[in-house]
Design a binder for this molecule. Sequence first.
Ligand code: PAF
Length: 285
Amino acid sequence: MSSIVCLETLDAMMTYRDQLLPGQNVALVPTMGSLHQGHLALVEEAKRLAPEVIVSIFVNPLQFGPHEDFEKYPRDLARDLRLLESYRPLSVFAPSVSEMYPQGPSRTVITLPSMTNVMCGLGRPGHFDGVATVVCKLFNVVRPSVALFGKKDAQQLAIIRQLTRDLNFPVEIVGVPTVREPSGLALSSRNQYLTPVEKDRAAFLYQALLAGQKRFEGGERNAEKLVEEVADVLREHSIEPEYVSLVDANTLVPLEEELGTSRAILALAARIGKARLIDNVVLEP
Ligand code: PAF
């Protein structure tokens, strides 16, 4: 049994929030549960930034497509609470789907077309609308002063930074570095779907990105050649990517010619066995 405060309704969450001291810093770590070291790195950073930390655990149906893994997505709240135990004091907000969407799917949808019609947004239509909408709901209910997201999902992070600015949420968005296995494989709840052999293959995703990054560091500035470098390494290991993209780190606009002076993200998605995995590296000019 865990002794962490676990709030399961919007009312309970809002009442809890109202009782905190005015002006107190509150950090929100939004998650879909099935916590791993990557999430715990977010919690650790949150504890460093604010005296009050709230971890939300909610598998958001709005961000899953009709043929995606919403039903199968791993859920184990008791295990998640046990993992969070050593970070007390800390609160968890774990609402049900009917609590978050009492009238069925939200009729209000937050959408950032220019940032969602690229990269993962092409293969997962509606996904980032679902993410953006639930994040706005969480911001309204939890009213954090700071919210932390993993850099592994670079597109999600850029979209959340943008909507926070556009909608004037008084929330500082903090990106936390990706936690990796010794092989380089980025931690993800979906790694649970991989067999040991698939896990070894999945490590080549990061190796491929590193090859692109190395070429960049060696002076290559042609976007097409950098993308090709990554695709070549994937091909050598018989991995057919869903995409390899090079985009501006802030706007996510695809970079198609010579790289300029702004930060870029070299990102990919690929299906290995039953898992759709994403990863990225930053190219600093
Ligand atoms: O990154 C995730 O786990 C989810 O997309 C998020 C931000 C918790 C929204 O459901």
